[in-house]
Design a protein around this ligand. Structure first.
Ligand SMILES: NC(=O)c1ccc[n+]([C@@H]2O[C@H](COP(=O)([O-])OP(=O)(O)OC[C@H]3O[C@@H](n4cnc5c(N)ncnc54)[C@H](OP(=O)(O)O)[C@@H]3O)[C@@H](O)[C@H]2O)c1
Length: 490
């Protein structure tokens, strides 16, 4: 058995290095010997058991399987399944350790394998020098490229002197109420303190939750205060102790507290993620909250399996379209509710096999009819009150009612007997709880980016507004005039 071991110190914090290496499909971005990389079957690139297919620059091909991945220990273990180079029984582990100053990372890479007699030295050299040492250098260069985005950082800062507030405008809720309470005013972004980042924002996501906050249904702000939970932009500067972000990074977030409807923002850095090169900022602003919501609803709150019947309410809405696309890709039969024929067309084009058109919230008979009387295995319900009785009616025995929103008003209390009638499960999940831990946030964000990259979900922004027109965006959203995501442009 041959053992190859190499290690290196990378001049970047562990979070930054791990953000790249935990992605089993990232090598074309940084490894000099990898020409093409693909995860088979469109699986997420951090799914244990997923298989990547490499084509190397010298023409060789390798299939490798991910055996273990630990975000806590920063370890990835994988093996070769088959390859055009004779590396037999090849198992490799890479592990990262934080260097004491926190600004650098120790990277240890090792493997064991067998080789045909007489080729041991050649193959050990190929792995140790070509793959591992080449990989260290490739990653260093990659990080330098993305870190030294001085033009981007300078442009983002637009000559803000360190320690000075950055002039910006923002939309505040002047008092709880209708869209008319939204006001544009000057909201400078102060310099970041410890654990904070200052971002020049280029695109802001509008979400139905913003309506609840504006109206005072969710007491997450005390007016006057800025609204919004989702945006993307470029890092201007970071405070002490922020290791995973650097000035010039393109970033996005979806989190509380509200305050995203602004041109520049200073906020806690731990909920901010670096955008992959292939995700532009407008896409990110449309994707972060709604896409991550679809990801956890379909993979965590209820694990949708092939053959299940899924009912998606507001199927042409922001979250609704992602749910339809992704549930269909998982092999589910997707039924949706929508209010207009145009929305039905949009839902159908995005994986909804049977869009039910209407505004009377009478959908149970059609769901039953479409399932031979059985009903839906899971209902993704962002409607709330108006669909309550029909949801109970439309569910199959042992079905799962995932109540994740209340566009028509809050649900009244539901007694256990209503669930016992069919052994139903009721969940009331909230995205921010699923992404509260940084490791979980990274996992769900990467899963969402991966789904985008693989074409499982698609982002089409049809509703763009200047930041100053946030009230108009809210009117359109509440009047049910929109399909898909809405984005404000500062
Ligand atoms: N819990 C979580 O983690 C989480 C995360 C994100 C979003 N959400 C929830 O998910 C839902 C969708 O959010 P979104 O931002 O993507 O919005 P959206 O679906 O784009 O817009 C809401 C849609 O709800 C439908 N609707 C039905 N009855 C309505 C009524 N009485 N008033 C207004 N709209 C009504 C409309 O579609 P039709 O006209 O086709 O009926 C409308 O387009 C919201 O309830 C939101 O709070 C929850």
């Amino acid at each position: 058995m041959i053992r190859v071991t190499r290690s290196a110190v990378i001049d970047a914090p562990i979070e930054r290095v791990w953000a790249v290496l935990r992605d089993f499909n990232s090598h074309t971005a940084w490894h000099p010997v990898v020409a093409e990389s693909e995860i088979e079957g469109g699986e997420p690139s951090d799914q244990i058991g997923c298989v990547r297919r490499f084509t190397l620059r010298d023409g060789n091909r390798i299939r490798e399987q991910l055996l273990a991945l630990s975000d806590r220990e920063h370890i990835s273990t994988y093996c070769i399944l088959d390859a055009s180079v004779p590396l037999r029984r090849y198992v490799a582990t890479l592990q990262l350790k934080r260097v004491t100053d926190g600004e650098r990372t120790f990277w240890h890479w090792q493997s064991t394998f067998d080789a045909p007699p007489g080729r041991e030295r050649e193959l050990a050299d190929m792995v140790g020098t070509g793959v591992y040492e080449g990989g260290f250098e490739g990653l260093r260069a990659y990080l330098r490229r993305s870190r030294h985005a001085p033009d981007r950082a300078a442009a983002a800062g637009r000559a803000v002197a360190a320690g000075e507030a950055m002039p910006a405008q923002g939309v505040v809720v002047s008092a709880f109420g209708g869209p008319e309470v939204l006001r544009l005013q000057s909201l400078p972004a102060r310099p970041p303190g410890p654990g904070e980042v200052r971002i020049r924002q280029t695109a802001v996501g509008v979400n139905y939750i913003d309506v609840y906050v504006r109206a005072g249904l969710y007491r997450l702000i005390e007016p006057p205060a800025a609204l919004g939970m989702e945006a993307a932009g470029v890092v201007v500067d970071v405070g002490d102790g922020v290791a995973h972000l650097l000035p010039g990074d393109r970033v996005a977030y979806a989190c509380t507290p509200p305050g995203a409807y602004v041109g520049a923002r200073t906020m806690p850095a731990d909920q901010v993620v670096v955008l992959p090169d292939d995700v532009d900022e407008e896409t990110a602003a449309a994707l972060m909250l709604k896409g991550m919501t679809a990801a956890y609803l379909l993979h965590r709150t209820h694990r949708v399996r092939a053959g299940e019947t899924v009912l998606v309410h507001a199927a042409a809405g922001g979250v609704g379209l992602f749910l339809c696309q992704w549930a269909k890709a998982l092999g589910a039969k997707v039924i949706g509710t929508v209010s207009t024929d145009e929305k039905a067309r949009r839902a159908r084009a995005n994986g909804c096999e049977l869009p039910l058109v209407g505004r009377d919230y009478r959908f149970a008979p059609a769901v039953k009819a479409a399932t031979n009387g059985r009903g839906a295995d899971v209902i993704y319900d962002g409607l709330g009150r108006a669909g309550m009785e029909e949801n109970l009616e439309a569910l199959a025995l042992c079905g799962h009612w995932v109540s994740y929103g209340q566009a028509s008003g809050p649900l009244p209390p539901i007694g256990p007997e209503a669930l016992a009638a069919k052994s139903l499960t009721l969940s009331r999940p909230v995205v921010f709880h699923y992404t509260a831990e940084r490791a979980a946030l990274n996992e769900i964000a990467q899963q969402t980016f991966e789904a985008l990259r693989a074409g499982v979900i698609r982002v089409e922004v049809r509703h763009r507004y200047p930041l100053a027109a946030a009230a108009e965006a809210h009117r359109d959203l509440e009047a049910r005039r929109t399909t898909g995501p809405l984005v404000l442009l500062p």
